[in-house]
Design a protein around this ligand. Structure first.
Ligand SMILES: *[C@@H]1O[C@H](CO)[C@@H](O)[C@H](O)[C@H]1NC(C)=O
Ligand SMILES: *[C@@H]1O[C@H](CO)[C@@H](O)[C@H](O)[C@H]1NC(C)=O
Length: 213
């Protein structure tokens, strides 16, 4: 999520806008619909809800299998059996791992890893149980913020200054956030000299871009 603050001061000829963007990082784990977001190009950890919920205790697990995208033998990625972890179906070593918490480790998350994952657990003296996890790939935007086309001076990593001629009838500010995934939400706020702020979507025309980049 992004919030953009505009500070408006009236100069004789110029309208100086100080723009800053506050970034709230998308949490690596989101409970929305049980989807877990993992950062592209980094190692990612998918935990098995059966284990994290405490339904199955770590020391009760005899065997575990991670599957994707379908719960069938040909789609087993990696297995754990009585202390041994082994990749399955011809997948080379070092692509996946199962860590000490019985979570699936994807050593380098790529777009093609997006999808549904299943963990199948065999607890001692009990029946096998399955649970699924949906994984989506995210790419966090990188600083500096904001990339506002009209800015002429950067004040800090998250603040910049744009000077617009006062006689322009419809001053326009364009905020660009590149290379992020999923698409970000932008909010424009106006900060008055007395420190008061206002969401300006109702007073100004805020037009989101069609581009999903
Ligand atoms: C992760 O995978 C991408 C795409 O295959 C590759 O460009 C990148 O170098 C890899 N990163 C690591 C740390 O292996
Ligand atoms: C297992 O989970 C706990 C708590 O979430 C964490 O502190 C610990 O580092 C994890 N261990 C491994 C091997 O991932």
């Amino acid at each position: 999520m992004f919030s953009t603050m505009i500070q408006a001061h009236k100069a004789d000829l110029w309208m100086v806008l100080v723009i800053s963007v506050v970034v709230i990082r998308i949490q690596a784990r989101s409970n929305e619909g049980g989807t877990i977001f993992l950062e592209r190009g980094h190692p990612g950890i998918l935990s098995c809800p059966l284990v994290t919920s405490g339904r199955i205790l770590l020391d009760q697990i005899d065997a575990m299998y991670w599957y994707s995208p379908v719960l069938r033998d040909e789609d087993i990625l990696i297995s754990y059996f009585l202390g041994n972890v082994a990749p399955q179906n011809g997948i080379p070593e070092g692509v996946y791992d199962i860590n000490g918490n019985f979570s699936l480790v994807i050593e380098n998350v790529t777009d093609s890893d997006e999808g549904t994952y299943y963990c199948r657990v065999k607890p001692r003296m009990r029946m096998m149980v399955d649970e699924q996890v949906t994984m989506r790939v995210k790419v966090s935007p990188k600083e500096p913020f904001p990339d506002v086309t009209q800015c002429t001076e950067r004040i800090s990593g998250t603040t910049c200054e744009a000077a617009l001629l006062n006689d322009i009838k419809k001053p326009m500010l364009t905020c660009i956030v590149r290379d992020t995934k999923p698409a970000v939400a932008l909010r424009w706020l106006l900060e008055y000299c007395d420190g008061d702020t206002q969401l300006i979507s109702d007073r100004f025309t805020v037009q989101p871009s069609k581009y999903r980049v």
